[in-house]
Design a protein around this ligand. Structure first.
Ligand code: 5GP
Length: 194
């Protein structure tokens, strides 16, 4: 059994049939050793793609995205959920937060995305695809291209992955949960981290 799945099973706290808390290694406390492995795995999976920048969303995407950026050797930009007054020219998109049940206007400075960029999006979870779709919207505004999407934990029983893949977008998930019914976690082994 691989490290990520092991962590999810041993340390994940299934709150309902659709929400899992992974605060001990990804969303609050961070396991740097696991993040390093995750960064390497993303770099390996997208080694055939041209990537000039990695894009993520604050805050939980930053750790895996940074470790991937270190291996790929490219900068990591994170979208902000609240626009600081210091941010002048920026791209923005509306994102509905699955866990906080609120709309966020995510923003990125125009200084850090250009039409020459080929962007790899990395995020912690993929549920209904709102966060990733918001980042894709920003990539479009910048005139940049999308190299693909890397997800640490995809919940395969929600429709984000299906929607993105149907658009021809390459989505690589390191662990795909197919069910959390009655707090029992099962994985879609085909897409799991090896
Ligand atoms: P989506 O936008 O795909 O509906 O949801 C993805 C975003 O919601 C991620 O950025 C993540 O922060 C959060 N999220 C979605 N599902 C879960 C979950 O089961 N647990 C946690 N901790 N976060 C989640």
């Amino acid at each position: 059994m691989d490290l990520l799945e092991q962590k999810i099973v041993t340390q994940g706290n299934v709150l309902s049939d659709t929400v899992i808390k992974v605060d001990s290694f990804l969303n609050h406390q961070i396991d740097p050793f696991l993040m390093q492995k995750i960064g390497q795995e993303f770099a390996d999976r997208f080694s055939d793609a041209t990537v000039t920048r990695i894009l993520t969303l604050e805050s939980s995407g930053i750790a895996p995205a940074t470790m991937a950026g270190l291996v790929v050797g490219v900068p990591v930009v994170f979208a902000k959920k609240r626009k600081p007054i210091t941010l002048a020219d920026h791209f923005s998109a509306e994102v509905y937060s699955f866990t906080k049940k609120e709309m966020n206007n995510i923003t990125i400075s125009k200084d850090f995305l250009s039409p020459d960029d080929s962007i790899l999006i990395i995020d912690d979870f993929l549920a209904n695809g709102q966060a990733v779709s918001g980042m894709i919207e920003i990539i479009k505004q910048a005139g940049a291209s999308l190299a693909g999407v890397g997800i640490v934990i995809e919940k395969g029983f929600q429709n984000g992955g299906k929607i993105l893949r149907q658009q021809g977008i390459r989505v690589e998930s390191l662990a795909t949960i197919s069910s959390m019914h009655d707090k029992h976690i099962t994985f879609d082994k085909e897409r799991a981290l090896t």
